[in-house]
Design a protein around this ligand. Structure first.
Ligand SMILES: NC(=O)c1ccc[n+]([C@@H]2O[C@H](COP(=O)([O-])OP(=O)(O)OC[C@H]3O[C@@H](n4cnc5c(N)ncnc54)[C@H](O)[C@@H]3O)[C@@H](O)[C@H]2O)c1
Ligand SMILES: *[C@@H]1O[C@H](CO)[C@@H](O)[C@H](O)[C@H]1NC(C)=O
Ligand SMILES: *[C@@H]1O[C@H](CO)[C@@H](O)[C@H](O)[C@H]1NC(C)=O
Length: 385
């Protein structure tokens, strides 16, 4: 179900190496040393076979990853190659956590103390086109992660949830008590995953420490420019507003289409709560440090302040220095006028508040990375050998 990739890269070099030895030995120009070559090749092949058939622990010295160490928290970060998961892994390493990225079966080889489960598919529009893929990769895979945690006695979970689980609430701001009535497969799949986690944590035997974080709209990137947001090209059309702004500034798309100018908001465009990824991963670290056995914490992670699409576009123009072409259209079905969080609970209980609340600043940081990585994490064409 979840791909595992840890063992493959370790075995591949050994195999290709023995293959090239055999190629070398069949070189006709070297006939005089034919016999010694055969013996060499046989020896090397035998060595390879021995190496490949030994259980992994005999092949390499026991790793620090496979034993629990007092004072060191070893965190499994699923979805650690994604936008938010990669930022979280970087921050955990900076704070001297032990980090493993990747998913599943890895539980057998590692002594984890906690899991940050980011791995998911995460585009509302795409979820309406491919609902089964969403229920599979969000709900079913969270179940698999929980089962693996239970089987291997890993009891701390930090879960990535979303404000999409609230649907279209009548009252703003959204608190953790706001009823959850999701309106698309993405929000429903996340709500179901939350329910599974909560039911499991309620069973006395599990003794889980759970933190569910419901993020609002995530923007920005690493202030040191090491990471950025790089969705697969086919996701651009379902993309988030920041991605669309940068694509327009880069000339990848002709301009921005703002849908709806007659909402009951100060300037008529939709209002959302934009949270910087640096603040978001800080909330994860605080949640991890405060996680307690037998306790569930549910927190909204937002700034508490709504910004209109017009404000966002202006900030993006200023950050990129590009006079992005903006066209206005009528409302898109399913969009609600105003969504913003009440972050009082996370402030009170985890001592967390958003620090990077200047849209222009967050977008400038993200733009620096975008400009330098026009094709995301793909190597630039000139470097491909
Ligand atoms: N970006 C946002 O605005 C936002 C808002 C609310 C919640 N979230 C949640 O945050 C989490 C991370 O989102 P993101 O924006 O970094 O998305 P992303 O798409 O950049 O990263 C998700 C990662 O999960 C991986 N993944 C998915 N299914 C997998 C599987 N079966 N096995 C292994 N890996 C798998 C993907 O390959 C990807 O690397 C998600 O759970 C998402 O629902 C994101
Ligand atoms: C998600 O689930 C589908 C099965 O519905 C699977 O084919 C796909 O590879 C999974 N992973 C991602 C990242 O979509
Ligand atoms: C809360 O956070 C602030 C700023 O990060 C810090 O100065 C303060 O000491 C923290 N308070 C508590 C009670 O931990």
């Amino acid at each position: 179900m979840l791909p595992t990739s840890r063992n493959r890269p370790q075995q591949r070099p050994a195999r290709s190496w023995s293959f090239s030895e055999i190629m070398d030995f069949s070189d006709p120009k070297r006939k005089p040393r034919y016999l010694s070559k055969i013996i060499m090749a046989a020896l090397l092949t035998a060595m390879c076979v021995v190496m490949l058939t030994q259980p992994p622990c005999h092949r390499r010295p026991p790793s620090v990853f496979s034993t629990h160490e007092p004072g060191v928290t070893h965190v499994l970060v699923t979805g650690g190659a994604g936008y938010i998961g990669s930022h979280a892994a970087l921050r955990l390493l900076k704070d001297s956590f032990r980090v493993t990225i990747v998913v599943n079966r890895i539980f057998a080889e590692n002594a984890f103390d906690a899991v940050m489960h980011f791995a998911a598919v995460a585009y509302v529009g795409e979820s309406t086109l491919e609902p089964l893929r969403y229920y599979h990769n969000i709900t079913a895979n969270t179940l698999v992660v929980l089962e693996a945690m239970a089987a291997h006695n890993v009891r701390t979970l930090i879960y990535s949830s979303t404000c999409a689980t609230y649907g279209e609430p009548e009252k703003m701001p959204i608190t953790e008590e706001t009823p959850q009535l999701p309106i698309n497969p993405y929000g429903k799949a996340k709500k179901m995953a939350e329910d599974i986690i909560l039911d499991f944590s309620k069973s006395k035997k599990s003794d889980m420490a759970v933190m569910i974080l419901r993020y609002f709209n995530v923007i920005g990137s690493d202030p040191e420019g090491r990471l950025g947001e790089a969705p697969r090209p086919e996701l651009r059309e379902h993309g988030r507003i920041s991605g669309a702004c940068f694509d327009a500034a880069l000339g990848i798309i002709p301009g921005l289409k703002v849908k709806g100018t007659d909402y009951e908001t100060p300037d008529g465009t939709c209002v959302r709560d934009y949270i910087d990824v640096t603040d978001l991963v800080d909330a994860h670290v605080k949640a991890l440090n405060k996680a307690e056995r037998g306790r569930v914490g549910i927190y909204n992670v937002g700034t508490g302040k709504g910004r209109s699409v017009k404000e966002f576009v202006e900030a993006c123009k200023k950050a990129t220095g590009v006079d992005i072409k903006v066209d206005y259209f009528s409302r898109r079905p399913g969009d609600y006028a105003e969504v913003y969080s009440d972050p009082a609970k996370i402030n009170r209980e985890l001592n967390w508040t958003a620090q990077h609340t200047d849209l222009h600043q967050s977008l400038s940081v993200a733009w620096t990375w975008q400009k330098a990585h026009r094709s995301g994490y793909e190597p630039p064409a000139a470097v491909i050998l």
